[in-house]
Design a binder for this molecule. Structure first.
Ligand code: GYE
Length: 337
């Protein structure tokens, strides 16, 4: 769908006319538009809409911050919404059935943070048939925005990987033995953070990834995987690129236990920007982290309301992220999660 600017303006004009003439916007799911805000069929909602957040898991500071942001934004708009929260406890199949249940219960809209990219096409179809908009937040899933789901709101994960690679190549003067600790296999974010990083370090022939393993975004698994890699590679390791702060903090523990010197002999860079990572930078154990903002609540609800008003929603909405290292960690540690 490649509209020219002129066509698009025409389309916008036509939409304004259509809204003015018919005086209706997109119907809330359930179809029972009441004229007083459309209660949908999400239970006895007292005139409010029921909006759900299907979370993949709720472990680690990043995800807890995301859940809290969604919850507190719903609370701020409690005059309009009832909020339903589901936790798939790190299982993609459970997340699919959570969404199926929400559709069966006829909620008015679903925010979905998909654990893996694949597996959601059947629920996209079911939601569409039930006229329930799904907005993806935080990760991508296979499907077409505007068709299978409204849009996806996320960070630019390829860019995050590139920024980490750029920073590391510079810090190491183009020469390093790198351990890559990857995020959950099958997630869009792990693929992209790898790709961006590899593209960047590929410009430097002596920047070599000597081990790359899945640490599932958790501190415990990051530590365990790092312990094994230290056994195999020892002093050949001069840098760690972890796909999130939790795994980087696990790797730091493993390095310390092996009497290696994280932050100095082994340079550590990761992604997220959680409070304990900034503290670790201040302490000199971690070196840098690319920010990935978990506070989706305001933008997620604003986007849904725009959709319901009939506004055009872009296929992707990309969050702006910052970069933290020893030069600014102290400045931002207080506001971190
Ligand atoms: O970086 C990580 C989390 O999907 C962007 O998942 C998110 C990532 C985040 O568990 O810490």
């Amino acid at each position: 769908m490649n509209f020219s600017f002129k066509n698009r303006s025409l389309l916008v004009l036509m939409m304004i006319f259509a809204i003015a003439l018919v005086g209706c916007d997109r119907k809330p799911a359930g179809g029972t538009s009441t004229g007083e805000g459309g209660a949908g069929n999400g239970g006895n909602t007292g005139g409010k809409k029921t909006v759900a957040f299907a979370q993949m898991e709720n472990t680690g500071p990043w995800r807890i911050a995301e859940s809290n942001s969604m919850r507190s934004e719903a609370a701020k708009r409690a005059d309009k919404y009832n909020f339903v929260y589901t936790d798939a406890q790190s299982t993609t199949a459970k997340q699919v059935s959570d969404v199926e249940d929400l559709i069966a219960r006829k909620v008015d809209a679903i925010f979905l943070a998909p654990r893996e990219a694949e597996g959601f096409s059947s629920v996209f179809q079911a939601a569409k048939a039930a006229n329930i908009p799904i907005i993806l937040i935080d990760r991508e899933a296979t499907g077409t925005p505007g068709v299978d789901f409204v849009t996806v709101i996320k960070s630019d994960f390829i860019r995050e990987g590139q920024r980490a690679g750029e920073w590391l190549a510079n810090k190491m003067n183009g020469k390093a033995g790198i351990v890559e600790l990857k995020g959950t296999t099958g997630s869009s974010v792990a693929n992209d953070r790898s790709k961006g990083f590899m593209d960047e370090i590929g410009k430097h022939p002596d920047m070599k990834v000597i081990a790359s393993q899945d640490g599932n975004f958790t501190r415990a698994e990051g530590q365990k995987v790092m312990e094994n890699i230290i056994q195999a590679q020892g002093k050949a390791i001069t840098a760690v690129y972890a796909h999130n702060d939790e795994m980087a903090l696990g790797a730091i523990q493993a390095l310390k236990a092996a009497n290696m010197n994280p932050g100095k002999d082994v340079i550590i860079i990761s992604v997220d920007g959680q409070k304990s990572a900034l503290q670790s930078i201040i302490a000199g154990d971690m070196n840098a982290t690319v920010e990935c903002n978990p506070r989706f609540g305001p933008i997620a609800f604003d986007t849904l309301e725009k959709y319901w008003r009939g506004e055009t929603i872009p296929p992707q909405i990309i969050n702006e992220d910052r970069f933290f290292d020893a030069s600014n960690a102290a400045q931002f540690v207080e506001e971190a999660y």
